[in-house]
Design a protein around this ligand. Structure first.
Ligand SMILES: NC(=O)c1ccc[n+]([C@@H]2O[C@H](COP(=O)([O-])OP(=O)(O)OC[C@H]3O[C@@H](n4cnc5c(N)ncnc54)[C@H](O)[C@@H]3O)[C@@H](O)[C@H]2O)c1
Length: 360
């Protein structure tokens, strides 16, 4: 994968966020030329600033809802690949700010697709949605890529809508049947589960909540302790997205929806995560305080058979390893260690495990 990305021009939306900053760091490591487009980081600290990404890549701080500006930035960069991650990604905030959530997640995505349509060199577009895009049946049956889209809360339904938009653009403008004649773009969407890893400082996410509480000698409050989630280390889906983009660059076969999640035995409860996190850190307590008022999905499982059989991708960190890598990152951060160095070391370690498990 490193060989493929060297000197490729990759445009990332959402590079100032948690996943986007890890993605930018991993791509810089391959020698890719990258340009990011996002709002300024909305947390202090932020992984983007800790990694000094503003100095290491071309970075545009602007709004995805400004279609004209976005189109101009994409056109001037002439990317080979677009990875679209920018979004309002928080379920609780989406209840308070539905208009912001839909306009960013749906119209923002539309702006990305329109800009891609008008830029000659683009070969691959990957839209990052979520496991929450599916109509949630609240059963233990995992979702397949062909299951219906839905979403109860504004965030989830905005991601379902973003998926429908992707399908429409793939039918109307980037149809694999017309590839090589009418266009040369492969358009895919990727649905990952709950991602953990160092450098996430968002509110209402369990790993940063654990780290903040432990570092302040406070109790960790678990609102939804029995909810099971498809936890994954952040690098797992990111390598899946990079693999999809690489395949799309070579042709339209991967122009579909893809699930990226953990193995079934690693789908665990919020409480399991808190337990493991505190054990790795060596201290910390949690209390259970279920919030009955807010509807949040309790059961969400992804079927990853398709990514495994058709892309050759698979998770390489189990639950324990993913939580340990996450807790260790925050522990080092709060201990004042060189976190940029440690992040790059974690990327290096992941690459080693990945290339052993998934030889290319
Ligand atoms: N973190 C997870 O567990 C998880 C799980 C499934 C899917 N996702 C998806 O992955 C993507 C990245 O999530 P994250 O966890 O890194 O979130 P994040 O909040 O850390 O980052 C979001 C990024 O989007 C940018 N953004 C938000 N609104 C914008 C706007 N109006 N204009 C331009 N940029 C804007 C932010 O500046 C930031 O760079 C999102 O699409 C999210 O829905 C995340």
């Amino acid at each position: 994968m490193s060989g493929f990305y060297k000197n490729k021009r990759v445009f990332i939306t959402g590079h100032t966020g948690f996943k986007g900053a890890w993605l930018a760091a991993a791509l810089l490591d391959t020698g890719a030329q990258i340009k990011g487009y996002a709002l300024a980081p909305n947390t202090e600290p932020s992984l983007y600033n800790l990694l000094g990404l503003a100095r290491k890549m071309e970075s545009v701080i602007a709004d995805i809802r400004d279609g004209e500006r976005l189109a101009k930035e994409i056109a001037s960069f002439r990317p080979d690949i677009i990875l679209h991650l920018a979004a309002q990604p928080l379920v609780r905030l989406s209840y308070a700010e539905p208009v912001l959530t839909y306009s960013t997640n749906v119209m923002g995505t539309l702006n990305v697709f329109e800009a891609a349509r008008r830029t000659a060199d683009v070969r691959a577009v990957v839209n990052i949605t979520s496991d929450k895009c599916y109509e949630n049946r609240e059963t233990s049956q995992p979702y397949k890529e062909t299951d219906p889209m839905g979403g109860f809360d504004p965030y989830s339904s905005s991601k379902g809508m973003s998926e429908l938009l992707t399908a429409s653009y793939r039918n109307c403008y980037f149809n694999p049947k017309d590839y090589g004649r009418a266009h040369q773009v492969g358009l895919a969407s990727c649905r990952a589960g709950n991602v953990i890893g160092g450098g996430d400082y968002a509110l209402d996410r369990i790993a940063p909540d654990c780290a903040r509480a432990i570092s302040q000698n406070k109790e960790i409050v678990l609102r939804n302790p029995k909810a099971t989630r498809p936890w994954q280390h952040v690098l797992e889906p990111l390598f899946g997205y990079l693999l999809v983009a690489q395949k799309l660059y070579g042709g339209p076969q991967a122009a579909q929806g893809w699930n990226f999640g953990p193995e079934p035995e690693d789908i665990r409860t919020v409480e399991d995560l808190a337990k493991k996190f505190t054990a790795v850190w060596g201290r910390g307590n949690y209390i259970l305080q279920p919030d009955a008022k807010l509807h949040e999905a309790k059961l969400l499982h992804l079927d990853i058979t398709k990514a495994k059989t058709q892309l050759g991708w698979r998770p390489v960190y189990d639950f324990d390893k993913a939580v340990a890598a996450t807790a260790q990152w925050y522990k080092n951060f709060y201990a004042g260690e060189d976190i940029c160095q440690f992040t790059l070391a974690q990327i290096g370690e992941y690459k080693k495990v990945y290339s052993k498990a998934i030889p290319i």
